[in-house]
Design a protein around this ligand. Structure first.
Ligand code: C2O
Ligand code: CU
Length: 503
């Protein structure tokens, strides 16, 4: 650690600049793994569960003994977890007590456009600041269709979708990176009867793990080099970063390299990479006897048809992997470290599991998990091509989709509602590409069959340098405009986003 300035790290490992913390870093595996609180509804109507969330500024003790200013949903990082039943509407009223406009997106949600958190549908601060805020963005383009509210906004999520690990986070145009980095992210878990009927680990043997990386300044604040781009003309304010921000501290559920005591039995881990730009390649050290550390039971948008066993697991920003790990394969007393094979030094480890006691085994992973009907190439009416590359954004270097930086008013694809389409992606570097509204299946990668980690219903797919990826999706649900973009949050903020409209 040190106060050294940012430096470029290898582009193949991660597209980003590594920030060093200017505080002594704590020894790893000391802080108990926190599990975000489940948010209680304020009301349960016949047709919906109602929630209220206040977005506010506070401080949190992230590194032991230091106060770190954060922006938190309900003042916590991660925000509280919302738990919903498939098909039952969740109505979440967000109140913005932060000093900046915000936008809330439910990532993976099948949501009508007016509640999807379109990047210009701002909730202005309740205290009246930013009264004249109109989002010109990097290109100066205004969005006449934006719906701007002051202080509050109600988001309605019908959740007509399978059980899945969703998450909610800020999504304001040009400002998603700094807002999420400061803490605006939480889980939203959807459950259904199909999944409940399976004998999977549950209760305290089901753990959501939100993995992020951060760097800390000497005063305990999170180091983030970019500020509101609309303010960059002010003296002393740095330019926004374009490469992706990487920290040297790995947090799980907001705690640095935490430790969880587990019984020697199967556990379900809902792993989310909520980092702005860092990719991980997760493995267990030591591996369990015989290997096959992770039994994958689900992808971004719910259960796989059948489980898949992996020795290690690459995960890009915004991806989720639903895993079962059998700690019963280790002797009681074993310390099992979740490591990151793409990291070095402090970023090579993520957290630790201490196999603390025996435990009666009451779960298993069945050979058949869910009915997942993959779409067939022959069903596709349309094929579209999108390339994700560096390029000019205004007078700066930034990121583009088909050569264009984001413009909220430009629609690049108009799928018919209900149509099946193939989208072909190609990229200059690693870019995790996310589509709103739909889930997709990966059809091919690099001209071959999908890779071992591409199975199931996904909403985010990691592109590798120069490699073409085809995905297939049915564009059903709701009519309207939706975003798709790179989920490297700095790339997204610096232009790598576009819109489609279901028509
Ligand atoms: Cu997780 Cu468009 O975002
Ligand atoms: Cu990108």
């Amino acid at each position: 650690a040190g106060a050294a300035g940012p430096r470029l790290v290898g582009r193949a490992a991660a597209t980003g600049e590594l920030l060093g913390s200017a505080v002594p870093l704590p020894a790893p595996f000391q802080v108990p793994l926190p599990v975000p609180a489940v948010l209680a509804p304020v009301a349960k109507d016949a047709d919906a569960d109602r929630y209220e969330i206040v977005q506010r500024q506070t401080t949190a003790e992230i590194l032991p003994g230091l106060r770190t200013p954060i922006w938190g949903y309900q003042g916590t990082f991660p925000g509280p977890t919302i738990e919903s039943r498939s098909g039952r509407t969740a109505v979440v009223r967000h109140r913005n007590e932060l000093p900046v406009p915000t936008v809330v997106h439910l990532h993976g949600g099948r949501t009508p456009p007016d509640s999807d958190g379109y990047a210009t549908d701002l909730v202005l601060p309740a205290d009246g600041t930013h009264a004249a805020f109109s989002h010109g963005g990097h290109t100066g383009m205004r969005d006449p269709d934006a719906t701007v509210t002051r202080g509050e906004r109600e988001y309605r999520y019908p959740l007509r979708q399978q059980a899945a690990t969703l998450w909610y986070h800020d999504h304001r145009m040009d400002f998603t990176g700094p807002a999420v980095y400061r803490g605006l992210a939480g889980f939203h878990i959807v459950r259904d009867d199909e999944e409940d009927a399976l004998p999977l680990p549950r209760g305290e043997r089901e753990l959501p793990l939100m993995i992020t990386d951060r760097a800390f300044a000497a005063d305990g604040s999170m180091r983030y080099p970019s500020v509101d781009p609309s303010l960059t003309t002010l003296p002393g304010v740095e330019e926004p970063y374009v490469e992706g921000v990487l920290g040297d501290v790995i947090l799980v559920n907001g705690a640095p390299w935490p430790v969880a005591e587990v019984s020697a039995a199967r556990h379900r881990l809902r792993v989310l990479n909520a980092s702005n730009a860092r990719r991980y390649d997760l493995a267990l050290d030591p591996p369990p006897p015989g290997g096959g550390a992770f039994t994958q039971i689900g992808a971004d948008q719910g259960l796989l048809a059948a489980p898949r066993v992996h020795g290690h697991l690459p995960i890009a920003p915004a991806e989720r992997y639903d895993l079962v790990v059998d700690f019963g394969r280790y002797p009681v007393g074993t310390e099992v470290t979740l490591v990151n094979r793409l990291g070095t030094g402090t970023t090579a480890r993520v957290m630790r599991f201490r196999v603390a006691r025996r435990g009666a085994e009451d779960s298993r992973v069945p050979d058949r998990l869910a009915d997942v009907a993959p779409l067939d190439r022959a069903q596709a009416a349309v094929t579209r091509d999108f390339s994700f590359r560096g390029g000019r954004v205004g007078d700066r270097h930034g990121w583009t989709v088909n050569g264009e930086p984001y413009a909220p008013t430009r629609i690049d694809a108009r799928p018919r509602l209900g149509a099946v389409e193939i989208w072909r992606f190609v990229a200059d570097l690693h870019h995790p590409i996310h589509l709103h509204l739909v889930h997709f299946h990966v059809l091919s990668r690099g001209g071959r069959a999908p890779g071992p980690y591409d199975a199931g219903r996904k909403d985010t797919v990691d592109l590798r340098p120069g490699e073409a990826v085809e995905v297939i999706a049915r564009f059903d649900g709701y009519r309207g405009r939706y975003m798709f973009h790179c989920h490297n949050a700095e790339h997204e903020d610096m232009g790598m986003m576009a819109n489609f409209a279901t028509v």
